[in-house]
Write a protein that binds this ligand. Structure first.
Ligand code: NAD
Length: 495
């Protein structure tokens, strides 16, 4: 089957779920899965099935690796300027189609339209940023200390890359990998999350329209990601695995990749502390907390998961946060006035409820929220808890929902110790008017990214990633993101 690419016919007018779920995208062909099976896609706001996408098998995985390997020699030799201009057209097309893409993301993921718009802008930026990086890949040239030869270091595309992405940012987590991989000269196979596959397929058609040659990007959905990924990693043509998702799946993929020594980049879970000192600007700290907690209704790896507030400002902060959280408009993601959409699945709601009930049993006080509503849709109300003890499960697990747990602290040393008491180390937030304290605390926090007096860290121009069990490698930033898709080739030359 080689059906019509989605978007070419629909323009930016309407969502056509039949077009978006027409096939796996392999070697530029839209084809049914060899299993003949499909995976239902559910709108979390209504619980209705909106589409069914193909359920790829190991045979399809092999076809995708073959397609990516076939396209690789030509793409790596495509002049950087040409690659750059194709990436720039991806940016332009995404920007032109932003409203439709945002609506698609809101529908399949449930996030509020305003969050989806923000995601599309962020996702498109990876193409603009990497179109600029594609023409700035440089090498090194020097003289060996002995004087006997020259040392030449070239940076070459690593090869065929397998990219695996989660459901919480269906566009941005994919473009954060695809754009630098293509800029570096690699070809890719993307396996998006089964909960939100339509955005990935819509974007595949957009890339083709922007001029990405057939086979350079391949997209497949499967209900059996374990064996599917293992089969690709065992193929010697696959040289890179870039994964974004939970730490537990990341650990098992690292073990799988070790069997054939495949290079890995891992963007894993987080447990971000959000620290507010007495001298903080209260209004700014509340604004920042709302962004750090409620972007994507709390379904973000960078989400503030533990809010530590110093005694002198604690009560005013808790009151202010509860007022803002309780005032949020909860509703279907695609509704224009929604500020907090549903969670991704019923299971996600149950997990959040389990963590909240556990905290309450251990002594936490409910300031607002905490009751799961009846009715259709996977909703959880914006919730604020105070007096959350260090032993509560939510102090150690990702909540991934609209729950703000506040804990009081007294001293700088105490809060640094608490903030670092986790296996994770992705994002951290600090609010203080004392610049010296901000920098001192940032130096002590075990995290890959630290925001001082800001509720947002993500930026395509900055290296995104974690320490400890939050991951390996960085995405975005000058050289960092693109270097994940290149290898150094050293030539010793005497002349
Ligand atoms: P997940 O680990 O369950 O799934 C992520 C992806 O891996 C999906 O595509 C899934 O189908 C696939 N997968 C699941 N089991 C697999 C297996 N055995 N082999 C290969 N692939 C497998 O995570 P999720 O629930 O989709 O996403 C939420 C998690 O992602 C959270 O932990 C969050 O913190 C993390 N996340 C991290 C970042 C980051 O940049 N560090 C960004 C977004 C999300």
């Amino acid at each position: 089957m080689n059906a019509r690419p989605p978007f070419a016919q629909t323009g930016a007018q309407a969502l056509d779920f039949d077009l978006l779920s027409q096939g796996l995208y392999v070697g530029g062909q839209w084809r049914a899965a060899s299993s003949g099976r499909t995976i239902d896609v559910v709108d979390p706001s209504t619980e209705s099935v909106i589409a069914a996408v193909p359920d790829a098998t190991l045979e399809d995985a092999a076809a995708a690796v073959a397609a990516a390997a076939l396209a690789a020699p030509r793409w790596r030799k495509t002049p950087p300027r040409e690659r750059s201009e194709i990436l720039r057209r991806c940016y332009t097309l995404m920007t032109e189609r932003a409203e439709m893409l945002a609506l698609l993301i809101s529908t399949e993921n449930g996030k509020a339209l305003r969050d989806a718009r923000g995601e599309v802008a962020y996702a498109a930026e990876f193409f603009r940023w990497n179109s600029e990086e594609a023409v700035r890949i440089t090498g090194e040239f020097g003289t060996a200390p002995s004087g006997a030869n020259r040392i030449i270091v070239d940076y070459v595309p690593i090869g065929v890359c397998v990219l695996i992405t989660p459901w919480n940012f269906p566009a941005a987590m994919a473009t954060r990998k695809i754009a630098p991989a293509l800029a570096a000269g690699c070809t890719v196979i993307l396996k998006p999350a089964s909960e939100t596959p339509l955005t990935a397929y819509a974007l595949a058609a957009l890339y083709e329209e922007a001029g990405v040659p057939l086979g350079v990007v391949n997209v497949l959905t499967t209900s059996e990601p374990g064996p599917f990924t293992a089969a690709m990693l065992a193929d010697p043509r696959v040289r890179k695995l870039s994964f974004t998702g939970s730490t537990s799946v990341g650990r098992s993929l690292l073990a799988e990749a070790a069997k054939s020594v495949v290079s890995c980049a891992m963007e894993l879970g987080g447990n971000a502390p959000f620290i507010v000192f007495d001298d903080a600007d209260l209004g700014a700290a509340l604004d920042g907390a709302m962004i750090a907690k409620m972007r994507n209704a709390g379904e973000a790896c960078t989400a503030a998961n533990r809010i530590y507030v110093q005694s002198g400002i604690h009560d005013a902060f808790a009151r202010g946060l509860a007022e803002r959280m309780a005032a949020l408009k909860v509703g279907p993601g695609a509704n224009a006035d929604t500020e907090c959409g549903p969670m991704i699945t019923r299971k996600a709601v149950q997990k959040i409820d389990r963590l909240v009930q556990d905290a309450i049993e251990r002594g936490a006080q409910v300031v607002c929220g905490s009751a799961v509503p009846d009715g259709k849709g996977f909703f959880y109300p914006p919730t604020v808890l105070t007096d959350v003890p260090a032993g509560a499960l939510m102090a150690h697990e990702e909540i991934f929902g609209p729950v703000a747990p506040i804990t009081r602290f007294e001293t700088e040393a105490e809060v640094i110790a608490r903030a670092n008491d986790t296996e994770y180390g992705l994002a951290s937030y600090v609010y203080t008017r004392d610049v010296g304290r901000g920098m001192r605390v940032a130096a002590e926090l075990e995290a890959g990214m630290i925001a001082i007096n800001r509720g947002l860290v993500s930026d395509p121009a900055a290296p995104f990633g974690g320490v400890k069990q939050s991951g390996l490698g960085r995405e975005g930033g000058q050289h960092h993101g693109i270097s994940e898709y290149m290898e150094a080739k050293y030539i010793a030359a005497t002349f």
